[in-house]
Design a protein around this ligand. Structure first.
Ligand SMILES: NC(=O)C1=CN([C@@H]2O[C@H](COP(=O)(O)OP(=O)(O)OC[C@H]3O[C@@H](n4cnc5c(N)ncnc54)[C@H](OP(=O)(O)O)[C@@H]3O)[C@@H](O)[C@H]2O)C=CC1
Ligand SMILES: O=C(O)C1=N[C@H](C(=O)O)C[C@H](O)C1
Length: 270
């Protein structure tokens, strides 16, 4: 089978540069386009050089429509507005669209779902095997423990991250809520500050730390009477997420249009 022809969206960003490097190391995948924001000072620069590789002759461009004419998929780690614009083009072209972008609103998610009759979307707040396994464990533990155990989710990321709680923290919150058979939206405690009053029974709490170069740490704490259970994941390098995204793209190539998750890619569905 021919190599899967991939576009990296956000090619000048932290994940974009990592994806360019990981694609160059992966048999069965080839980079054919590097998308950046209109007006970016990186437009025209060589994507290989930006990724710390020899020049690859693929300059950063803001024209997804043109570059996608000869592509099979897009790996998209950008910002919500960009991913929403990109998914419309992915749908028109019938491409695989792997979306790692976090900080999406419910209405952003609805826009993405609305085009999955044509686009093949794999979307996840975290593309690593470890976090997706952790989510399955969290669901299982939340199912086993009653409300005497309070659930708190703690995450830490590098100082440049712009959204909070992280997409992964929200994914772990959804897993805990599913285990408890409650709706996260109605049982979520975010951003405690000041005279908050005592903790509301049944809530799932979130706390976000930012600093340094942390690639992504997540802990789910089940705090009960006289004991605590903590389930944690620590990402040591963002190549982990890039490898997961690439695995998702190769898995989705040739699948029917629809909305898929890393649970599907990794075969973790129950
Ligand atoms: N699901 C997962 O496993 C992971 C998800 N992420 C998520 O990926 C996203 C990106 O993270 P990160 O790489 O650290 O962030 P960066 O800010 O380093 O990169 C984002 C890039 O997207 C570019 N961009 C903005 N608008 C557009 C546009 N319209 N078209 C094309 N490119 C655009 C930015 O350009 P400019 O700077 O000029 O605005 C920037 O280069 C975040 O939402 C993050 O949470 C990150 C790691 C793993
Ligand atoms: O912005 C990041 O860096 C990361 N974002 C994702 C998230 O919001 O959970 C995944 C990972 O933790 C790194």
């Amino acid at each position: 089978m021919a190599d899967m022809r991939l576009i990296v969206a956000g090619a000048g960003g932290r994940m974009g540069r990592t994806l360019t490097r990981v694609i160059s190391e992966t048999p069965g995948a080839v980079l054919v386009g590097a998308l950046e924001a209109p007006g970016s000072e990186l437009l025209g620069k060589d994507s290989g050089v930006l990724a710390g590789l020899p020049a690859n002759g693929i300059p950063l461009s803001a024209d997804l429509w043109s570059m996608s004419a000869n592509a099979d998929g897009i790996l998209d780690f950008t910002v919500p507005a960009a991913s929403i614009a990109n998914v419309a083009i992915a749908a028109q072209r019938g491409l695989v669209h792997v979306i790692g972008t976090t900080g999406m609103s419910p209405s952003d998610d609805a826009v993405i779902r609305s085009v999955t009759d044509r686009a093949i979307v794999v979307k996840s707040g975290n593309m690593s095997l470890g976090v997706n396994l952790l989510a399955a464990l969290v669901r299982r533990v939340a199912q086993s423990l009653d409300q005497a155990f309070d659930i708190e989710i703690l995450e830490m990321h590098h100082k440049s991250k712009i959204d909070a709680p992280s997409g992964t923290a929200l994914m772990l919150g959804e897993a805990a809520a599913a285990g408890r058979q409650i709706a996260l939206a109605q049982h979520s405690a975010r951003g405690r500050d000041g005279l908050t009053g005592a903790r509301r029974a049944g809530d799932i709490g979130f706390a976000s730390l930012r600093g340094g170069t942390a690639a992504g740490d997540h802990s789910v704490i089940f705090a009960g009477p006289f004991e605590r259970i903590t389930l944690s994941h620590h990402a040591e390098d963002r190549a982990l997420f890039a490898q997961g995204a690439l695995k998702a793209a190769l898995w989705a190539h040739g699948k029917k249009p629809g909305m898929y998750s890393m649970t599907d890619v990794l075969g973790l569905s129950e």
